[in-house]
Design a protein around this ligand. Structure first.
Ligand code: MG
Length: 386
């Protein structure tokens, strides 16, 4: 069997409502759907997300595709090794493109072998994959109502975006905790906006509301600063923006900077690379949780396969899925009590809906999520909240 075509389709899924975080406000989920087509008619489904979909698409179309045409799709390691060498000097953006290829190759291989994708990643460790719902930045009582609704929908863990104003955030967490009670787990994500001293002060003020995790309190490049925060507070810290690929994971471990990793297969270069990070973390006593760029159902399901096949995911994982107006699958993903039940269908176990894909295709995909068009004064400056 040989690869005869790589199809790329940019899509933009509108959000039900704007999602405000410390670095901007986003209104949609842009991504790139990858289809690897074989001469025997089987198609592998993948997805790239990331900071610049047009650039990622050009990488897949202009750089990867000529190499992939004619290749045997079963030779995953051989293909990925060569593409990794190819992106050596521009790997930060290259890995986003590689991730969609890795995903589509694994979906294809699992379909060829007539087995679920999780069987290529370690087999079924857990049948149910738990997800957390998001609470973006709104007034405290609005957030409290949203959190109540999430819990009524079955979610038992919530991720609260913070990082624009400490007192405001403390108030939001207080109201959310009062609304959902003591049994729901709450974590916060500052997306790097605090300075080291502000992070310590803020976390100490929030601690009494019983936080599960604090995600990326300080700038991504300051690993020593992250370690200082970790050693100064009683809430476990997880690295998101500081954790991208395998080498960044090694650096965080070397500095004992965090207790957990927020892993993104889309940033790490795919599911196989993410799996290596998860195992490295496990051997070093570090928990993992998946993060999200706001993937469609394709990469959301791919992440679920990774989690389903690993021992090292003790927390509910990220998804923006509840914010989407629509998805591109024949059947939308179902979160039953916040949990996805893994099926035994081959590959990712999902089917694209061509009509929905067509309706959501957007060739002018650029969207600046790192900017708040509602508020000119809110200039994202990481690590600047004093
Ligand atoms: Mg984050």
């Amino acid at each position: 069997m040989n690869i005869i075509d790589i199809m790329t389709t940019p899509v933009k899924i509108p959000f039900k409502k704007p999602a405000k975080w410390s670095g901007g406000t986003r209104r949609s989920a842009p991504s790139l759907v990858i289809q690897i087509v074989t001469d025997e008619g089987l198609i592998g489904l993948g997805e790239c997300v990331g900071p610049t979909i047009p650039t990622i698409r050009a990488i897949v179309e202009k750089e990867f595709k000529p190499f992939l045409i004619g290749a045997d799709p079963m030779r995953t390691e051989w293909i990925l090794h060569r593409l990794e060498e190819y992106i050596l000097n521009w790997s930060q953006i290259g890995l986003y493109a590689l991730a969609g290829i890795d995903m589509a190759l694994l979906d294809l291989k699992a379909k060829i072998l007539k087995t679920p994708l999780y069987n290529l990643l370690g087999g079924l460790y857990r049948k149910e994959v738990e997800f957390a719902d998001y609470v973006f930045i709104e007034d405290p009582l609005v957030n409290a109502k949203e959190a109540e609704r999430s819990v009524a929908n079955g979610f038992k863990q919530l991720k609260i975006k913070v990082g624009r104003d400490v007192e405001y955030d403390v108030n939001r967490i207080k109201e959310i905790r009062a609304a959902v009670g003591d049994d729901v787990k709450l974590r916060v994500d500052a997306n790097q906006n605090w300075s080291v001293t502000t992070a310590i002060k803020a976390i100490n003020k929030m601690e009494k509301y019983n936080l599960q995790l604090v995600e990326q309190p300080t700038p991504y490049y300051d690993i020593e600063g992250l370690a200082t925060v970790s050693r100064s507070v009683s809430v476990p810290i997880t690295a998101d923006e500081s954790l991208t690929d395998f080498r960044s994971a090694m650096k965080l471990i070397e500095h004992r900077a965090v207790s957990a990793f927020t892993v993104y297969p889309s940033e790490a270069g795919g599911l196989l690379k993410a799996r290596q990070i998860v195992e490295l973390a496990n051997e070093n006593g570090i928990w993992c949780v998946t993060g999200t760029w706001a993937e469609t159902g394709i990469a959301t399901m791919a992440n679920a396969h990774l989690i389903a096949a690993s021992r090292n995911f003790p927390f509910a994982n990220d998804t923006h899925y509840e914010y989407y107006e629509e998805d591109i699958l024949q059947q939308n993903l179902v979160f039953n009590q916040g949990k996805m039940i893994m099926s035994d269908r081959p590959g990712l176990g999902i089917e694209l809906d061509p009509a929905k894909l067509g309706a959501l295709t957007d060739m002018e995909i650029r969207e600046m999520v790192f900017y708040d068009s509602q508020n000119d004064a809110a200039i994202p400056r990481i690590g600047q909240l004093l």
